[in-house]
Structure formats: structure tokens, C-alpha cells
Design a protein around this ligand. Structure first.
Ligand code: ZN
Length: 134
């Protein structure tokens, strides 16, 4: 696999593009609250978030996913996932850090999160990896 970070940013220029893509994956039938499963929500458009009218919390598509609470660009996560999915023995954290342009500790943390979350919804990760590498 040989996908550059630049190519991922070309495909997903903004965070909004990443969010809309994740929403299409997770919420094919429209947003659904990750806390109470309600489909009644008010969009908070400027923040790419939703206010749940069922349980009165705010949420975004990254809630309860591998991307939860991250400050790292989603494009970098997408590429990290693609590399981790496409190699039997993934590149070392040091190599991934260089490819994804984060520091080594961040790369280690991201790899740990991906490994932890992967078994919960493998199709989610496979789809993202496919999208990034096609
Ligand atoms: Zn709710």
C-alpha cells in the first residue's frame, strides 16, 4: 500500500468532509443518539453535532467510536486505519508516525485505539480503509 497523507487530504479536504463521510457510514438512516438511541434530534450545524431531544445531550458522529475525543485530524486517522488494515504486520509506530505526521506517542496511542476498537465493528474499519486506498 502506498497512499500519502496528501492524497487523503485531497479526498477529504476538510473535517466536515470526513464527518459527512462517517455520517453516511454510521447513520445511513439519519442521525441516531449514541446514548439513548433516539432519532429525534436538532442539528447544531456549525459544530457538526446534534442535540438529542430524547436525552438532552449533544453528540457527534465520532461519539463512541475510535475517533472519540481526538484532536488529531480525522484524515490522519483514516490513513492510520488503512495502513493497519492493509498489512499483516503493520508498520512500526515510528514509521506510522512519519507517514501520518504525528509524534511517536500519538501514533502509538492511535494504533492502540484502532486495535482495541477493530473487533467491535470490523466492517466500519474495512470500509474506511477501502475508501482511502481506492
Ligand atoms: Zn439521546
Amino acid at each position: 500500500m502506498d497512499v500519502s497523507l496528501t492524497a487523503v487530504y485531497a479526498k477529504f479536504p476538510s473535517r466536515g468532509d470526513c464527518v459527512r463521510y462517517l455520517e453516511s457510514l454510521r447513520w445511513a438512516d439519519g442521525p441516531r443518539c449514541p446514548h439513548c438511541n433516539s432519532e429525534r434530534q436538532t442539528p447544531l450545524v456549525s459544530e457538526s453535532r446534534y442535540h438529542c431531544n430524547g436525552c438532552n445531550t449533544n453528540y457527534s458522529v465520532t461519539a463512541k467510536t475510535v475517533f472519540k475525543g481526538t484532536r488529531v485530524d480525522l484524515q490522519k486517522w483514516f490513513l492510520m486505519i488503512a495502513y493497519m488494515i492493509n498489512r499483516k504486520r503493520g508498520p512500526s509506530a515510528r514509521k506510522l508516525a512519519v507517514i501520518i505526521k504525528v509524534n511517536k506517542n500519538t501514533a502509538c496511542y492511535m494504533a492502540m485505539r484502532v486495535r482495541h476498537e477493530l473487533p467491535k465493528d470490523i466492517n466500519f474499519f474495512l470500509t474506511i480503509a477501502d475508501e482511502v486506498t481506492k
